[in-house]
Ligand binder design. Structure first.
Ligand SMILES: [Zn+2]
Length: 149
């Protein structure tokens, strides 16, 4: 697939620019995170890899490096499970109060415009160097569906 190859080349360049080695496991990890619309735990990643899964320690190290390089965001959900998502796609996180499923809130032109408004509001109050992340709680679509049945 041409698209997948372009992405792989893209990641290779970006990893090298940050002084990381573009190993096949690292690239596969990034692709898993890219394809999933949700933040993934170690176990989610291992399951997605199937037979090709790197061992636990290797996967842990890969994620650790990606977090340190600012490519992947790590957070802990309310069941204390660590989850990972690509930083560039995430403006914030939604966590379901019922099943504790965590979903990244992804960039979107309307959302980015809203964040710019918040930033300029803060600038008006003399605040600089602000970082804005969204945090949301509620009931996820899956739980909504099963509850309304
Ligand atoms: Zn839920």
């Amino acid at each position: 697939m041409a698209v997948a190859n372009t992405n792989t080349e893209n990641w290779k360049g970006r990893l090298r620019a940050r002084g990381l080695r573009a190993t096949p496991s690292t690239l596969a990890t990034l692709q898993c995170l890219e394809q999933r619309g949700q933040a993934m735990s170690h176990d989610d990643l291992t399951q997605t890899f199937g037979d090709q899964a790197p061992d636990r320690v290797t996967l842990y190290r890969i994620l650790e490096r990606l977090v340190q390089a600012g490519i992947v965001q790590r957070y802990t959900d309310s069941t204390r499970t660590q989850r990972f998502a690509l930083i560039e796609r995430v403006v914030g996180l939604f966590e379901c109060d019922n099943c504790h499923h965590v979903m990244p809130i992804e960039h979107d032109p309307a959302l980015d415009a809203a964040i710019e408004i918040v930033k300029s509001h803060l600038t008006g109050h003399g605040i600089s160097e602000r970082e804005i992340t969204l945090s949301s709680h509620g009931i996820c679509p899956d739980c909504n569906r099963t509850q309304t049945k």
